[in-house]
Design a protein around this ligand. Structure first.
Ligand code: PGA
Length: 248
């Protein structure tokens, strides 16, 4: 299985930021990475980014609507992302679940929309600090898998991202033991739900992954890559994270 290091720019980036993608492209050309690299800029930059990177690495959206088109002011469909040059889309990020009240059912519908448009879905799950301190993290995450990952999910059309909510943007990361335990738990949930094929489905870790902790996290058992927020905005730091795959 080839690991995936994905950058999630969130609501950051103006056209000047395309220079970072250009830089990243140059760095990846100088030394082929030992993983797949993906950047998910804001919607407004995807088409320009596609022109700038010229297929050197794939691009993704950060959310999509479940429908292909219609009277949904302000929303973006998976088909629109595909048309703009994306090949992935993040769905169910905790910031969408929290600030836009997205339910597991909404997230599952968005994953199906991604597939309909020919995109790979990155389905995000993760427990809050309260759920972890109450000891409910395993149950919370397996419920999210059951509710947000449609039965038609395969290793080819879906990536799972485990992001403990308390680790996102906080500088806190889960311990290596906690990450290993959760990824093993998620693998078992996926195999139980989807069958043996789910052993090949990538499970990314996300939440305050930086250049200086990436190698340690990326080389843990059942960690098949990372979803990186803040540290993906600068090409140099993001590239150092990419280099962390197979480096420990
Ligand atoms: P962070 O965000 O790396 O800034 O913590 C990760 C994410 O939310 O995908």
């Amino acid at each position: 299985m080839r690991s995936l290091v994905a950058g999630n720019w969130k609501m950051n980036g103006l056209s000047a930021s395309l220079a970072e993608l250009d830089k990243l492209k140059g760095m990846l050309a100088a030394k082929a990475p030992s993983c797949e690299v993906l950047v998910c800029p804001p919607f407004t930059l995807i088409a320009q980014a596609a022109t700038a990177v010229k297929g050197a690495f794939p691009l993704g959206g950060q959310d999509c609507h479940a429908k292909a088109s219609g009277a949904f002011t302000g929303d973006i469909s998976a088909e629109m992302l595909k048309d703009a040059g994306a090949s992935y889309v993040i769905v169910g990020h905790s910031e969408r679940r929290q600030y836009h009240a997205e339910s597991n059912r909404d997230v599952a519908a968005k994953a199906e929309a991604a597939w309909r448009a020919g995109l790979t879905a990155i389905i995000c799950i993760g427990e809050t600090e309260g759920q972890r301190s109450a000891g409910d993290h395993n149950q919370t995450c397996s419920d999210q898998i059951d509710g947000s990952v449609p039965m038609a999910a395969t290793a080819a059309n879906t990536v799972i991202a485990y992001e403990p909510v308390w680790a996102i943007g906080t500088g806190k990361t889960a311990t290596a033991d906690d990450i290993k335990a959760m990824h093993a738990h998620l693998r078992a949930c996926l195999v139980r739900r989807l069958g043996e094929g789910a052993r090949q489905m990538r499970i990314l870790y996300g939440g305050s992954v930086k250049a200086d902790n990436a190698a340690q996290i990326l080389n843990l058992a059942e960690v098949n890559g990372a979803l990186v927020g803040g540290a993906s905005l600068k090409a140099e730091e993001f590239h150092r994270i990419v280099q962390g795959v197979n480096a420990a």
